[in-house]
Design a protein. Sequence first.
Length: 83
Amino acid sequence: MSTYEKKKIDTEFKRFALQNFEKPARCRSLGQLHYYVSELTKKISEFKNRFNYVPEKAFILLSEYNQMLNSLVFKNYQEAYAY
């Protein structure tokens, strides 16, 4: 795959992410984060199947969502089991 094609796919993903996802730091509920992780995982699979290439930004965004999800789960756990 040429550099031009990779750049075009990167641009396509960036446009998709801007239109369909909120920034991870703005997410406030577990359901919202689970939804975004699920949708992003599907999109990563789609890119892998269609192009045999996944933009690095997709994995970075997925890790940011997972980090926020883990943080929120831990916060909810602390609140539920605080003495």
